[in-house]
Design a protein. Structure first.
Length: 292
């Protein structure tokens, strides 16, 4: 029921795309990618909080309370990965080098990614009106001008022409003194010749928004690389290489399903250290999500 409600909300959200002042690339970034990231975040968070995100193989003498404690501790304090064919390092520092610190935070990082994909569109909505032109109205008038009978089309085109002419007349120079000249000179140097008086503000701002979309996509790779503390930017190439050369799908060290966990239990004056093997079913979803 919860998933149905979320999907219904996402479907309603997708209808908000009614704005016609963007193209399909923009909508792919600020709408569909945001919807997809949000859906992924819901799936992973439901796996964490509604299911068993971690299961650990504990010694036979552990009581149910010990087992529950071990699973909770290993979930919140990170685990580390050692391939099955390799021995467990004796030094603690070597184990920490393989520590996995991300799996508890995947829903949050996915929501953060969704927000970052939405930011350029938010900036565009907030600032495009600064040019003095209502882009949505102009495009709506243009689209209406293509429909209806010839009389209605001519009426819509005439309305559009009057709207544009009124905007041009409003932004004509009415005062051109030394201060205005100096301000335009520095504006041209610092703002790449994009200004309201030059009539190029909207064009320059649109190019800037496109740059934000591209910068966001590139920046996401660096964010994920720092978040996962691995060379994540090579993960996609490795997946493609496996498919090209028809190699068997191996467990990725970036999203291991079987990990190890160390924890200590204080019993009176003694402190015992245990190393248990744990399974992270959630990484099965995480791997497919980040491959996508």
């Amino acid at each position: 029921k919860m998933l149905t409600t979320v999907l219904g909300s996402l479907a309603s959200f997708s209808k908000i795309s009614g704005s016609s002042d963007d193209d399909w690339i923009d909508r792919l970034n600020h709408l569909w990618t945001v919807v997809l990231m949000t859906l992924f975040a819901v799936v992973t968070s439901s796996g964490q909080y509604a299911g068993n995100p971690i299961e650990c193989w504990v010694p036979a003498e552990f009581t149910s309370a010990y087992t529950s404690y071990a699973k909770s501790y290993c979930w919140i304090s990170n685990t580390y990965y050692v391939p099955q064919e390799e021995p467990i390092p004796h030094r603690i520092s070597d184990r920490y080098n393989q520590e996995l610190t991300y799996y508890q935070w995947v829903p949050i990082i996915l929501m953060f990614q969704a927000l970052m994909f939405k930011v350029p569109n938010i900036v565009w909505r907030m600032m495009n009106g600064q040019s003095g032109v209502n882009m949505e109205r102009i495009i709506a008038l243009s689209e209406n001008g293509m429909m209806g009978d010839p009389d209605d089309r001519m009426k819509n085109i005439s309305h559009l022409a009057k709207y544009l002419n009124r905007w041009i007349e409003t932004h004509r120079e009415y005062r051109y003194n030394f201060i205005v000249k100096m301000r335009e000179k520095y504006s041209n140097v610092l703002c790449f010749c994009c200004g309201k008086r030059d009539g190029t503000f909207l064009t320059g701002f649109y190019i800037f928004i496109k740059f934000l979309y591209c910068a966001n996509v590139v920046g996401q790779f660096f964010i994920l690389n720092a978040f996962m503390a691995t060379d994540f930017n090579m993960f996609g190439f490795e997946v493609i290489e496996n498919f090209i050369y028809d190699r068997n799908w191996r467990e990725s060290p970036r999203f291991p399903r079987v990990t190890l966990c160390d924890f200590k239990i204080r019993q009176l004056a003694n402190v015992q250290t245990f190393t248990v093997q744990c399974v992270l079913p959630i990484n099965l979803f995480n791997e497919k999500i980040f491959i996508f």
